[in-house]
Design a protein around this ligand. Structure first.
Ligand SMILES: [Zn+2]
Length: 314
């Protein structure tokens, strides 16, 4: 079984998660830029984050056999902070990068005028860069939020079939489907959509244009939800082809609209900007950190985390 998690925040996840995801069949992920929990105070910290989604996290994913792409945007929540909004001026030079397969997550959080402006501006950026858009729908007032979102999308230059509306549920699926957008469902532990409800929606509305994701992040979430939905689909009478369609071919088709999706997992590079994630760099006389008496580990001992992961100059 091959699985594609089209919305997961690996920045917030551990190497155990990567290993468990690979063992469960996950071979590709898309990581949307989002709110990190700690509010940012300047565009510069967005740019470092974007660089991390473009460089460091794909490097980390490749160590575990998983292809990693990202979507970049000013997220809905931080669109309300005037200190962050100037990142919109920096986005165009990031949206041309090969690993970027959509603009996102954009959309509404509290449905403020500032969010209106950021959403409309970023839909135009997507259209201008011939990229699809990943649009988050609010977790409160879901139907009102969906309707307002669809209105803004319809007024934009972006075709409806280049838009993935995410965090749908029973109350919003029908109107979203009728709009012609792609349909995203985030399956969480405890709250919102769970795998039983997801399978019931698939039975009622079919697998066409449906994507299922874990949206796993820094909160209570489960990076194996794609596999759990796949297993329940099979147990409830869906065929392997339906599972492959929802959990592989649909995300490939949607993000493939960017023309940039490459699903071969790159051979893991030894280092990212000189930085290895390995513990204990092989000793290479004359070049390695072992030459530095402040970081050298005792022979035979596990290396201190700083030996292998220290940034240049750290
Ligand atoms: Zn998210």
């Amino acid at each position: 079984m091959r699985l594609f998690d089209p919305h997961i925040h690996m920045t917030s996840r551990t190497t155990d998660d990567y290993e468990a995801m690979y063992a469960a069949g996950v071979r590709a992920v898309v990581e949307p830029s989002f709110w990190l929990g700690q509010p940012r105070t300047s565009p510069a910290s967005f740019l470092d984050y974007f660089d991390s989604l473009l460089g460091w996290e794909p490097f980390r994913a490749a160590q575990h056999g998983i292809a990693h792409h990202c979507t970049l945007a000013l997220n809905p929540k931080e669109a309300n902070d005037p200190r962050c909004v100037p990142v919109l001026d920096e986005l165009p030079r990031y949206l041309v990068k090969d690993q970027v397969v959509a603009v996102g997550e954009i959309g509404y959080d509290s449905m403020t005028p500032a969010e209106d402006t950021a959403l409309a501006a970023q839909l135009e950026l997507a259209a201008a860069h011939e990229l699809p858009a990943l649009v988050h729908t609010p977790h409160r007032d879901k139907l009102a939020g969906l309707r307002r979102t669809l209105d803004v999308v319809r007024e934009s230059a972006l075709p409806m079939d280049h838009v993935l509306i995410d965090h749908l549920n029973e109350t919003t699926v029908k109107e979203a489907k009728d709009s012609g957008c792609w349909l995203g469902f985030s399956v969480y532990p405890d709250t919102k959509m769970d795998e039983e409800r997801m399978v019931a929606i698939l039975r009622a509305y079919g697998p066409e244009r449906v994507l299922v994701n874990s949206a796993a992040d820094w909160g209570r979430s489960d990076p194996l939800k794609t596999r759990r939905v796949a297993d329940l689909m099979l147990a409830e009478g869906f065929g392997e082809d339906d599972v492959d369609r929802v959990l592989w071919r649909n995300p490939v088709a949607f993000y493939g609209l960017s023309g940039r999706l490459t699903l071969d997992v790159p051979t893991p590079d030894a280092t990212h900007e000189g930085n290895s994630i390995l513990r204990g760099v092989p000793k290479d006389p004359g070049t390695g950190p072992a030459d530095d008496p402040t970081t050298a580990a005792p022979a035979g001992a596990a290396a201190d985390r700083h030996e292998a992961t220290a940034l240049p100059g750290a």
